[in-house]
Write a protein that binds this ligand. Structure first.
Ligand code: SF4
Length: 736
């Protein structure tokens, strides 16, 4: 707790109350105690006083009661050697200052009012921009925006920016985020509102840039607005100060930006705002109040450069940004998620089997992520010929006060449906098997790679605002850079895949569904167990659980597995009961561990496909990267067309590569012992886990018993190889 801040706030509050008391006495002398006093067109009297105490100030004489209340609240100014001016007295002093400001601003309406529209001759002074208190019509019209979410909050800007350009930039950043800007006070005679006016910026409620007043006391109109919002929209009774303050802390996301020197009076105002849960972010080197308590997070944060002050304010207040319009030159919506882009309609292809394509999301500390920053490193769409090909790496940096590392894969997996929502953008795959196409139409409309950032930023804020505060996106198309970062991503994926090492299905009562891919394959359901990840390879049991925590009504629902129907096949009563409605009544039963009997459905996102080789009594697995012939007679693309789309196809099943290392990998048919063929690159990629499984099944050289395209691409060639190496599948029960 800062002794300096609290002492200054208390000192400032004393000075304010003394000054206002003098003004009240002078007004009584001039107009009489019974003279009416009120803010324009409001039923809320002096709103802060009325909201907090229920007391109605209707005449000047009533103001003396308010001053008396201020005196009761004011703590003594701490002595130099007193080290215990805790937050409580500071908050009381702040509230006393607020009551006094409420009175002081109301007195301005008695004569020579500096505020529009009551001022008689706007040309007389330079005060012709100031609006003073909002009336009840404005309150209802604008206040509802804070309730329905169209305005996420307000920034009370006190003082002035270092120059006009910075003031304009700060205002623009706040406007872009739909945040209201309430302006008051000045720094050495210069006010933020005047700076904006000088910068040619249009002020007023319509532009959400509201100049309340030149004096620091005018900042009370921001708190008056918030207090009235609680009375009007929150159903809080006048005088229920705790309810009003709590409502504001939880529902009105506001913060104070203190620009320039902070004097005692501003400290008092800041202490007042803390009562409402509104923290202060200062650009100067003032002491800080960092522990949480009254505010959601820190109370006073200082020394923030003006260029970063908006983002810091949003972070410290825990304000959630909603981006209502995705600023891209093509339409956006779920209707475009299933859109296909044929070769002749394609401007550029990204990633896919002929190049490299990946997407990767990870979290960083808040101060290392710049929200809304999008960059393209490498050639853009216009730098390649029509129908050309580029590698792509979509690199997403995330930060949030409530973000956990466990959430990274969930956000990463959203790229698929979020990017597919743009008209003229096709996205297939995940992790390192990303394949995209941009249509000629989208390119002609002005779509560039940067717009991937625009989409991901907007949608991640909107759909995951509870955990995401900042999203920064870099699109890499520079081949060397894509290759380098793909290595980094693969290392992390490996670590993510291994987190479940000790969990087994038998001792886990709750599995999770995933229906994220139903936008493409409406009957598809992944049932994700600790030993059977989703077939895309991007969602394991932990990821689904984390996703459910983030969004309990989302695509990942818990499934109580219930009684075991068939242990060998991996069938449970709870799973079957879940699958029927979840697949739209298309399927009655799922076997988690079988390729032959009721195998799980395959959507199209599978990393690989397992297929039976009946003549050899074995199975083969082929992944997307392998485009050649396979022993089952079909290349990957034909197999994918046959197996995908949400079908249950006995003899074939879409799987994640990592699942091959699971003890439950087609265990109903004998497990990995059946595996007789893999593409060479995939075999090498899985070397470690296959060797480990070989040890576990008592065949240490099992890795060498698996054929690749180098040994043959027909079933006869594979069979000859199996016979040569003594493959165990030859001795197993027949597959059919
Ligand atoms: S493949 Fe399965 S686990 Fe992966 S996103 Fe689609 S439905 Fe979810």
């Amino acid at each position: 707790m800062s002794k300096i801040i609290i002492s200054s706030a208390i000192r400032g509050a004393h000075a304010i109350v003394d000054r206002v008391e003098g003004k009240v006495n002078a007004a009584i002398e001039k107009f009489g105690a019974d003279h009416e006093v009120k803010l324009p067109n409001t039923a809320y009297y002096l709103p802060v006083v009325y909201g907090m105490t229920g007391y109605k100030v209707e005449k000047i004489g009533d103001m003396t009661t308010v001053i008396k209340k201020c005196r009761e609240l004011l703590p003594e100014v701490p002595a130099e050697n007193c080290w215990l001016p805790y937050l409580g007295p500071g908050l009381d002093a702040g509230m006393a200052a607020c009551f006094a400001f409420d009175v002081e601003e109301a007195l301005k309406y008695l004569e020579d009012c500096p505020y529009l529209p009551m001022k008689e001759d706007p040309e007389e002074t330079d005060a012709d921009i100031w609006l003073g208190a909002a009336d009840d019509v404005i309150l209802r019209k604008r206040g509802v925006e804070f309730i329905d979410g169209s305005a996420p909050g307000f920034a009370a800007v006190v003082g002035a920016a270092k120059d006009v350009e910075t003031a304009v930039a700060i205002a623009k950043e706040l406007q872009e985020k739909s945040i209201y800007v309430f302006m008051a006070s000045n720094t050495n005679g210069v006010s933020f509102a005047k700076q904006l006016e000088e910068g040619g910026v249009q002020l007023g409620w319509n532009t959400r840039l509201v100049p309340f007043g030149y004096d620091t006391s005018a900042a009370i109109h921001a708190l008056g607005f918030a207090t009235r919002a609680a009375l009007t929209f929150g159903g809080i009774a006048p005088g229920d100060f705790a309810g009003n303050l709590r409502y504001n802390k939880n529902r009105v996301f506001a913060f104070v930006l203190a620009l320039g020197e902070v004097d005692d009076e501003k400290y008092a105002a800041a202490a007042g705002a803390i009562n409402w849960g509104f923290p202060t972010i200062a650009d100067t080197d003032i002491p800080e109040i960092l522990p949480t308590g009254v505010c959601t997070y820190e109370h006073v944060v200082s020394n923030i450069p003006q260029e970063e002050i908006v983002s810091k304010g949003i972070e410290v207040r825990g304000l959630k940004i909603t981006i209502t319009k995705i600023d891209i030159p093509v339409s956006y919506g779920p209707a475009f998620e299933g859109e296909r882009i044929k070769k002749d309609a394609m401007q550029v292809e990204l990633g896919g089997p002929k190049s490299m394509g990946f997407e990767f999301a990870y979290s960083k500390p808040l101060d290392e992520v710049e929200d809304g920053k999008f960059e393209v490193v490498g050639p853009d769409l216009g730098d390649v010929e029509v129908g050309g090909l580029l590698p792509i790496g979509i690199w997403i940096e995330l930060a949030g006060r409530k973000f956990q590392e466990d959430f990274e894969p969930i956000l990463e997996r959203q790229c698929h449906h979020l990017l597919n929502g743009a008209e003229g953008v096709l996205h297939i795959g995940q992790r390192d098997i990303v394949w995209m196409r941009i249509s000629k139409k989208a390119y002609d409309a002005g779509f560039t790679l940067k717009h991937f950032g625009t989409i991901l930023h907007a949608k991640m804020h909107n759909e995951f605002g509870a955990i995401v505060d900042k999203v920064q996106v870099t699109i890499y198309t520079d081949e060397a850079k894509v290759k380098e970062l793909l290595g980094v991503a693969r290392k992390t994926w490996h670590e993510r895949d291994n987190r479940l090492a000790d969990m087994i299905d038998e001792t886990t009562e709750t599995f999770y569904s995933c229906t994220l891919c139903q936008s493409f394959a409406p009957t598809h359901v992944c049932v994700v167990t600790p030993e059977r990840p989703g077939l895309c390879g991007a969602y394991n049991w932990l990821d689904c659980r984390a996703s459910y925590e983030i969004n309990p009504h989302g695509p990942n629902q818990p499934i109580e597995k219930g009684d075991t129907v068939d242990e060998r096949l991996g069938k449970w009563k709870g799973v079957d009961e879940f699958v029927v409605p979840a697949s739209g009544n298309a399927f009655e039963s799922f076997a988690a561990y079988s390729i032959m009997e009721d195998p799980m459905t395959s959507c199209g996102c599978f990393e690989a496909i397992a297929a039976c080789l009946f003549a050899s009594n074995a199975i083969m697995v082929v992944d997307r990267d392998y485009t050649g012939d396979t022993p089952c007679g079909m290349p990957f693309s034909t197999l994918a067309g046959t197996v995908g789309g949400g079908l249950q196809t006995p003899g074939f099943v879409g799987i994640s590569k990592f699942y091959i290392g699971s003890k439950k990998f087609i265990s109903a048919e004998g497990g990995i012992k059946r595996l007789a063929w893999l593409p060479k690159a995939l075999k090498e990629q899985l070397k470690e886990i296959i060797e480990k499984r070989g040890e576990e099944i008592g065949i240490p050289n099992f890795y060498d018993m698996i054929a690749t395209e180098e040994n043959g691409t027909t079933e006869e060639e594979v069979m000859a190889f199996m016979t040569e190496v003594g493959h165990p599948a030859l001795e197993m029960d027949p597959l059919m």
